[in-house]
Design a protein around this ligand. Structure first.
Ligand code: GDP
Length: 375
């Protein structure tokens, strides 16, 4: 009887322990099954992780707040210190020469050298020296103020304040103005396209940009960033896409959206003149199926001197250039290139680049320019 009771107790204990073990097993296996749905609870609710995501979002470069670019009017006057920094040496040099006691042949030779060194070009230099000789003989130069006034007048006449320097961006109500930006790679073409978009936006125009420099891998991305900053749509294509196709698309978008201006950055491979002619000619032809090209801006690097003038010549033979953008005028004492290139191409300088900042592109203003030289 006692042993029977003992067996019964052992049996009960086995049952109880066994049940517990099964329960434990079931619970642990349940946990294993339930583990995946529990996982998001581990990661998702982590407050730091949430905070990180929330903090990271505004940093995303694709959607920055749009900027309000500086007004374009009077930019050259505001940026004149940039010009003056490198070019005043020329102005000061000329003033020092003209106020010498004796204006002898040696002095005039030095005047000529100074002007040639500033890239004014042979023709304009000879004209200016002749005009200065004539006037100093007739009127005399009494002091620095007189010399400055004389020089200012003659330089201004060479730079020509009467030229129409407006960029054709107001053409018609029912279609966008189309601007092609051309030039050799490295001159600042893409940067200028981006800066021009800012000038236009600052003037209250809506802009579509076309990234048709499809041969330089970074150009599209570079332009996209410029466009994003001012809320301008940028039409791009894959690397090595047909530039004419991208240009066509850009103008189509501009037409469809009723944008005011479409600015197209083109490829600047100056491999052969025929290649360039084919490429730019095709871009222009294809674009004109949508809307006429109103402005062809040739971008030239002011620091490249005669080389830049040769490039300009080639481009002007290939496509009808209507305006010149001189970049990097902040880094050179060769401001005379403004006159030389206008003479060479018979086309006005319309914009000048005076630095790498986003609003360092200024509408060209002959008076402000000459004043900066003589500052
Ligand atoms: P692209 O190959 O002709 O499209 O040349 P980019 O637009 O990429 O410009 C080439 C370099 O020139 C970049 O480093 C620009 O920041 C620089 N650049 C462009 N315009 C100016 C300017 O007016 N002044 C200075 N100092 N640098 C400029």
């Amino acid at each position: 009887m006692e042993s029977g009771l003992l067996y019964a107790l052992i049996a009960l204990a086995v049952l109880v322990l066994g049940g517990g073990a099964v329960l434990l097993l079931r619970r642990s296996s349940n946990r294993a099954i339930e583990a995946p749905p529990a996982r998001p609870q581990v990661t998702a609710p982590e407050p730091e992780a949430d905070g990180d995501v929330a903090l990271a979002e505004p940093e995303a470069p694709a959607a920055p707040a749009t900027e309000v670019p500086e007004p374009s009017a009077g930019r050259l006057a505001r940026l004149r210190a940039r010009l003056a920094r490198s070019n005043t040496a020329v102005g000061k040099g000329l003033l020092a020469l003209l106020t010498r006691d004796q204006l002898d042949q040696d002095t005039w030779d030095e005047v000529e050298e100074t002007l040639l060194a500033a890239d004014l070009g042979v023709g304009p230099t000879q004209e200016l020296v002749a005009a200065l000789q004539r006037r100093t003989r007739v009127e005399g130069v009494s002091d620095v103020a007189g010399a400055r006034a004389l020089l200012r007048e003659e330089l201004l006449a060479l730079v020509d304040p009467t030229l129409d320097r407006s960029v054709a961006t107001h053409v018609a109500d029912d279609r966008p103005a189309v601007v092609l930006v051309v030039g050799v790679n490295g001159t600042g073409k893409t940067t200028t396209t981006g800066k021009l978009a800012r000038v236009l936006v600052a003037d209250g125009r809506s802009v579509v940009l076309g990234a048709a420099d499809t041969f330089r891998a970074a150009a599209s991305q570079q332009l996209q960033t410029w466009g994003d900053r001012v809320g301008a749509r940028v039409v791009t294509g894959p690397e090595n896409a047909d530039p004419a196709a991208v240009a066509f698309d850009a103008v189509k978008h501009a037409v469809d959206e009723g944008a005011d201006v479409c600015v197209i950055d083109t490829a600047g491979r100056l491999h052969t003149k025929t290649g360039l002619m084919d490429e730019l000619g095709k871009v222009k032809r294809v674009v004109e199926k949508q809307a006429p090209v109103d402005e062809v801006l040739l971008v030239l690097d002011a620091t490249t001197g005669q080389n830049g003038l040769r490039q300009a010549q080639v481009f002007s033979e290939v496509v009808e250039v209507t305006g010149i953008v001189l970049t990097k005028l902040d880094g050179t004492a060769k401001g005379g290139i403004v006159v030389a290139v206008q003479r060479e191409l018979g086309v006005p300088v319309k914009l000048v680049g005076l630095g790498e900042g986003p609003d360092d592109l200024a509408p060209f203003d002959a008076e402000a320019f000459v004043d900066a030289l003589l500052d």
